[in-house]
Design a protein around this ligand. Structure first.
Ligand code: MTE
Ligand code: MO
Length: 220
C-alpha cells in the first residue's frame, strides 16, 4: 500500500462511493422484520464461500510486529504482543456472519480470546459506555460496551481451525455475530473505551449506528 492509502482516500474509493449511495437510497431494505426462529435475516441470502470486503487496503502485519492496545476509560490499560495474546484463555464459538451487502454465511468456527475475558483484564471504569475499534488499515467502527460484553463476542485469530488470512483480517479481527459484519473490525490493533459514542468509518457514511440484521438496521 502507498502512503496515500488512507480511509479518507482508499484504493477502493469506488466501492466506498457505491456503498454510500446504497445508504442514501436505502437499497436492499425489505421493510419486513423476520421472526428470530428463521435463521436468515430479512433481505439476506446464504452463501457458502466467504466474500472479502475492505477499503482496498490489506495490511500485512508480521506476528513479531503485531500489537493490540486496550485503553481509554479502563482501570488497567493493556498492550499485548502476539505471545501474550496467545497465552490468554482460549475461547471458541460457532456463529453466523451477516454482511450488510446481503450475504450471510452460517456456522463459522472461531478461536481466539473472548470479550468477557478482555473486560475482566482491563476493567472498564463506570464512565465507559462505548467502544471504538481501531485497525491497522485506519478503519474504525463503534459499538456500545453492552454489545461488546456478550458471550459470543471475541477477538479471533483462527477460522475453521486455521489462522485467519490477511484478506479476512488476520492476525486478529473482532467478531460480533449479532450485528452486521462491518462492526467486526479486521486487523484490529486498538480497542478504546470511551464515555461518548463516536461513529466510525461506515457509521459516518450513512450506515446505522448499531446494525441489528433482524430489524434491518442497515442505514441511518
Ligand atoms: N479494518 C477493517 N475492518 C473491516 C473492514 C475494513 O475495511 N477494514 N470492512 C468491514 C466490512 S464492511 C465487512 S462486511 C467485513 C468483511 O469481512 P471479510 O472481508 O472477512 O468478509 O469486515 C469489516 N471490517
Ligand atoms: Mo460490509
Amino acid at each position: 500500500m502507498s502512503t496515500a492509502d488512507t480511509p479518507e482516500n482508499p484504493p477502493n474509493a469506488k466501492l466506498v462511493d457505491a456503498k454510500q449511495k446504497w445508504a442514501e437510497e436505502g437499497r436492499l431494505m425489505t421493510g419486513s422484520a423476520a421472526p428470530r426462529a428463521d435463521r436468515l435475516p430479512p433481505g439476506q441470502r446464504e452463501v457458502k464461500n466467504w466474500p472479502v470486503l475492505d477499503l482496498g487496503i490489506q495490511p500485512e502485519i508480521a506476528l513479531d510486529q503485531w500489537e493490540l492496545t486496550i485503553d481509554g476509560l479502563v482501570d488497567n490499560p493493556t498492550t499485548w504482543g502476539w505471545a501474550q495474546f496467545k497465552s490468554q484463555p482460549h475461547f471458541t464459538d460457532v456463529s453466523d456472519i451477516h454482511c450488510v451487502t446481503a450475504w450471510s454465511r452460517y456456522d463459522n468456527h472461531w478461536e481466539g480470546v473472548s470479550a468477557k475475558h478482555i473486560l475482566e483484564v482491563v476493567k472498564p471504569l463506570p464512565e465507559a459506555r462505548h467502544i471504538v475499534f481501531h485497525s491497522y488499515d485506519g478503519y474504525t467502527t463503534n459499538v456500545a460496551l453492552s454489545v461488546f460484553d456478550d458471550s459470543d463476542v471475541l477477538l479471533a485469530h483462527s477460522w475453521e481451525g486455521k489462522p485467519i488470512t490477511t484478506e479476512h483480517g488476520g492476525p486478529v479481527r473482532v467478531i460480533i455475530p449479532k450485528f452486521y459484519f462491518w462492526k467486526s473490525a479486521k486487523w484490529v490493533n486498538r480497542i478504546e473505551f470511551v464515555a461518548e459514542d463516536r461513529p466510525g468509518f461506515w457509521e459516518e457514511r450513512g450506515y446505522h449506528n448499531e446494525g441489528d440484521p433482524w430489524t434491518e438496521q442497515r442505514y441511518s
